[in-house]
Write a new protein. Sequence first.
Length: 157
Amino acid sequence: MPANGTVLRAYRREDLDGVIEVFQRAVREVASRDYDPDQIAAWSKVDRAEWDEYRLRCPTWVAVRDARIVGFSDLEPDGHLDMMFVHPDCQRTGIATMLLERVERAARDRSLGIVFTEASLTARPFFLARGFEIIMRQNVVAGGETFLNFRMRKRIV
Ligand SMILES: CC(C)(COP(=O)(O)OP(=O)(O)OC[C@H]1O[C@@H](n2cnc3c(N)ncnc32)[C@H](O)[C@@H]1OP(=O)(O)O)[C@@H](O)C(=O)NCCC(=O)NCCS
């Protein structure tokens, strides 16, 4: 087991409530320092049936510590990393780094060449620290709110 006591494994259907909890807590308790309350309310809204379907369709990895899901990430077939979320109690302990290494390995196995994402203001320092470059700033509309985020990418060799 790595030093931070966390192991990674592939997502299973019974992980759904665990990943939703990590997502909502990370948005409400961590990303809330960079976005306003209306944005956070819109972002953290979850359609459970939609999530269930999408998580089974999109290759996803979960980070498990003390038998509890503490983070997750994914990789769509075109190299798009859609989600990277870590539980508020476990920030800055290397969990996202472990997940990103797993995502990059999957991208390499599939000869994708590039991984790209739309990083929140909150996640931008993490992706920059892990070798991503900013392609552009953009405003995206979701749930009736406008969010500033950053299209970022990393070449995978
Ligand atoms: C972004 C996020 C996934 C990072 O997860 P994490 O497990 O805390 O990241 P790591 O511990 O692997 O960080 C690795 C490195 O990234 C950089 N980094 C991470 N968070 C940072 C921050 N807030 N400020 C500055 N640098 C940061 C640091 O260099 C860090 O290394 P260090 O801790 O040794 O200095 C997490 O903060 C999160 O869930 N944020 C809220 C949700 C969100 O916005 N998700 C992304 C949606 S696009």
